[in-house]
Ligand binder design. Structure first.
Ligand SMILES: Nc1nc2c(c(=O)[nH]1)N[C@H]1C(S)=C(S)[C@@H](COP(=O)(O)O)O[C@H]1N2
Ligand SMILES: [Mo]
Length: 198
């Protein structure tokens, strides 16, 4: 178990970011309905500025080296949930398998509900950015993004795509779904980067 609940020390004084309150509940926030993919057809792709584009079946994805982490989760709407145990595959594990090219600078995640979200590569290529398929010892519930979601404990949670099935490495920055609609592109909870001035 990798405990990453102290990563806040890199960004701020307090574990609970300013303007957040802690909740034991785990609210669900989705822009639209809950996709229910047929796992026989499900495919995870890695494309763009990489040496080897990847296309993995659910079985192949589940065979990748995985780890369990204890993480905090901060929603831009003001709640935080501490000590979530997510299991899955780290972003660096995926990036290394694809062989990220030197000209890659940015990352766009895409999901089955057509959600997208973006991060600069250097803020994304960290082991705390996890492709998670388990929460608290159970398969990740579908309303929380099962079968597979991204979690980003160093950012507001909209940077973590639920129902993720593709990662594109980009040579130029681009904005995802909420980043185009007024949420902060940078999303650092300890700076309260909630909205974008655009
Ligand atoms: N695919 C997808 N991912 C998504 C969203 C979404 O609508 N679709 N909502 C985002 C937002 S705004 C938040 S706060 C978190 C919510 O995660 P939760 O529903 O597990 O609490 O998921 C993020 N990831
Ligand atoms: Mo959100």
């Amino acid at each position: 178990m990798r405990d990453v609940t102290s990563l806040y020390e890199e960004f701020g004084e307090e574990r609970l970011p300013p303007g957040q309150r802690e909740t034991e509940r785990f609210p669900v926030l989705s822009k639209s309905g809950v996709p229910s993919p047929d796992m026989d057809d499900w495919e995870f792709t890695v494309t763009g500025a990489v040496e080897d584009e990847l296309s993995l079946s659910w079985e192949e994805f589940r065979d990748l080296p995985s780890e369990t982490q204890r993480q905090d989760f901060h929603c831009v709407t003001g709640w935080s949930r501490f000590d979530n145990e997510f299991a899955g595959v780290t972003f660096p594990e995926i990036a290394e398998r694809a062989g990220v090219r030197d000209d890659a600078e940015h990352v766009m995640f895409a999901a089955l509900d057509d959600y997208t979200t973006n991060l600069p590569l250097e803020e994304c290529d960290r082991p705390e950015v996890l492709f998670a398929y388990e929460l608290d010892g159970e398969p990740l519930p579908s309303d929380h993004g099962g079968p597979l979601r991204v979690v980003t404990p160093h950012k507001y949670a909209y940077k973590g795509a639920k129902w993720v099935d593709s990662v594109a490495f980009l040579t130029e920055p681009e904005r995802g779904y909420w980043e185009k609609r007024g949420y902060s592109n940078t999303a650092n909870p300890w700076n309260e980067e909630r909205y974008s001035s655009m």
